[in-house]
Design a protein around this ligand. Structure first.
Ligand SMILES: C[S@@+](CC[C@H](N)C(=O)[O-])C[C@H]1O[C@@H](n2cnc3c(N)ncnc32)[C@H](O)[C@@H]1O
Length: 186
């Protein structure tokens, strides 16, 4: 397994609004630029903390998480009608080739960053589709989220996306997190 599970006992921490310090909804929206007809996937969706605000602006979001317990918690909170929980690993996504307009992932890239996962992301995107990744930065002070030794640098994500045939058009490293966006040109 190429991932660590997230302790469901700690899952309520994922719904702590102070997390917007690391990535606000406004920022995620501005980078993802969701369109009303979009069908997207949130990779490592957890309790749906970032899934919900995106789902308000698109036709459909597939909330992908490897742990069914996380979907159970999301169900308890209330899953929007246009969100479909999908229990799967990013390295083996149950979507057809070119099926989605975009994918996004918050604070989970370090869990699925292998070649298999990146190839899957590229495979399921339609031409012109985009991927947005926000995650903990290895060079950050380690104040939030995973411990520094489990993290990657921005360059790791940029390189992995490029190797999967995607074109990176936005990549920024901040104090504690990095964000990057790539597109599938064809
Ligand atoms: C740190 S939580 C972040 C959840 C959510 N993205 C957020 O920011 O609130 C990471 C989530 O990713 C899931 N996960 C970890 N590795 C995964 C993988 N390889 N494929 C799918 N889900 C994964 C975990 O089960 C957990 O729910």
């Amino acid at each position: 397994m190429g991932f660590h599970t997230f302790d469901p006992e700690r899952a309520e921490k994922l719904d702590d609004e102070s997390r917007y310090r690391w990535c606000s909804i406004e920022e995620l929206l501005s980078i993802l630029s969701p369109e009303p007809d979009d069908e997207l996937a949130d990779l490592g969706s957890g309790t749906g903390f970032y899934t919900d605000p995106i789902a308000e602006r698109v036709a459909k979001v597939h909330a992908v998480d490897v742990q069914p317990e996380m979907h159970d918690m999301y169900e308890e909170k209330g899953i929007p009608e246009n969100v479909r929980p999908v229990t799967a690993e990013v390295a083996d996504l149950p979507f057809g080739d070119g099926a989605l307009d975009g994918v996004f992932s918050t604070m989970t890239y370090h869990e699925f960053s292998g070649e298999d996962s990146m190839a899957e992301i590229s495979r399921i995107l339609r031409p012109g589709g985009r991927v947005v990744i926000v995650d903990w930065d290895r060079n950050g002070p380690g104040e939030g989220g995973s411990v520094p030794e489990e993290r990657h640098e921005l360059g790791h994500a940029v390189s992995a996306l490029g190797s999967a045939g995607l074109t990176v058009d936005h990549a920024v490293s901040r104090t504690e997190t990095f964000v990057c966006r790539a597109r599938k040109l064809r």
